[in-house]
Design a binder for this molecule. Structure first.
Ligand code: NAP
Length: 270
């Protein structure tokens, strides 16, 4: 299927590894120029070079911390200047720590709000004028299944991403007339380095995030698979594929939607 998104211009957050990397790679393979964001320069530069070498498409590294207001502005300005505009914004990044929701102090809450909610608010606000100038655009937010089916100890993410879902739905109403769509994807358990960080034996202790396929990761994926109707964890490409569809003309009539991609794990009708 030709998605007909060649030469469009995208910003993809958290793109040095995991889900963001898979999104950037798939978009670049379809000819989209991609500005890739992460904090650590070295893995980001390597990811950018790998995708460029593989696809031949223009890719750009923007090292930045999306928790900072000034970095959000710089991300959009840098991408718009390099590419001559912005058509797509994919908000995807790390997440705040796990723990009992009532025990986090104001500092932890503030960091979580900056990371999960304000980054989406700021990046969208800065990107929308460029999308309007281009005659339309697409915003896709990556949150988590826990935002619609909360899990104990995930409270910082649940609360802030619930805010993102409310923001996205409202924004979708306000920018529809400008031919800009806004949607939110809620992944279930996806095979990235983050799985071990969140569900592994050392969960919460800051285990390194990397796309490793170690025996421990394979065992963890097998254990998690038992709780998933499709009997396996998802692959990053299975999130990236939906993102690409939403960005393409085939996704043009979808806006204000919240979609779970979870192997059937959501315990509900919608
Ligand atoms: N994997 C899953 O099972 C799963 C399930 C549901 C939801 N999700 C959500 O989907 C998103 C991506 O998950 P993933 O598994 O791909 O995570 P990951 O492998 O840990 O990758 C996270 C990416 O975000 C970047 N990042 C983190 N904090 C950042 C910040 N403050 N500013 C800029 N970049 C930042 C990281 O690079 P640096 O560290 O260099 O900044 C990295 O590129 C996360 O929000 C996660 O919570 C994941």
């Amino acid at each position: 299927m030709d998605l007909d998104i060649k030469a469009k211009r995208a910003i993809v957050g958290g793109a040095s590894q995991g889900i963001g990397y898979a999104i950037a790679r798939l978009l670049a393979a379809d000819g989209v120029q991609v500005a890739m964001v992460a904090r650590r320069s070295e893995p980001l530069d390597q990811a950018v070079a790998r995708i460029h070498n593989e696809t031949g498409t223009r890719t750009l590294a923007i090292p930045a911390d999306i928790r900072k207001a000034s970095d959000c502005e710089r991300i959009v300005d840098t991408a718009a200047e390099a590419f001559g505009g912005i058509d797509f914004l994919v908000n995807n990044d790390g997440a705040p720590p796990l723990g009992l929701i009532a025990e986090f102090d104001d500092v932890a809450w503030d960091k979580a709000v900056q990371q999960n909610l304000m980054s989406v608010v700021r990046l969208s606000r800065h990107a929308i004028p460029h999308m309007k100038a281009a005659g339309g655009g697409r915003i896709v937010n990556i949150t988590a299944l826990s935002a619609i089916q909360p899990i104990a100890r995930f409270g910082l993410s649940v609360a802030t991403w619930a805010g993102v879902i409310g923001f996205a739905k409202t924004l979708s109403l306000e920018v529809a007339a400008d031919n800009i769509t806004v949607n939110t994807i809620c992944p279930g358990r996806i095979a990235t380095g983050r799985l071990a960080k969140v569900f592994g034996p050392d969960a919460g202790k800051g285990a390194p995030a990397a796309d490793a396929a170690s025996d421990a990761d394979a065992k963890l994926a097998a254990d998690l698979a038992k709780q998933i109707p499709l009997g396996r964890v998802g692959q990053p490409d299975e999130i990236a594929g939906l993102v690409a569809l939403l960005l393409s003309g085939y996704g043009g009539y979808i806006t204000g939607s919240t979609m779970h991609v979870d192997g059937g794990r959501l315990a509900g009708l919608l």
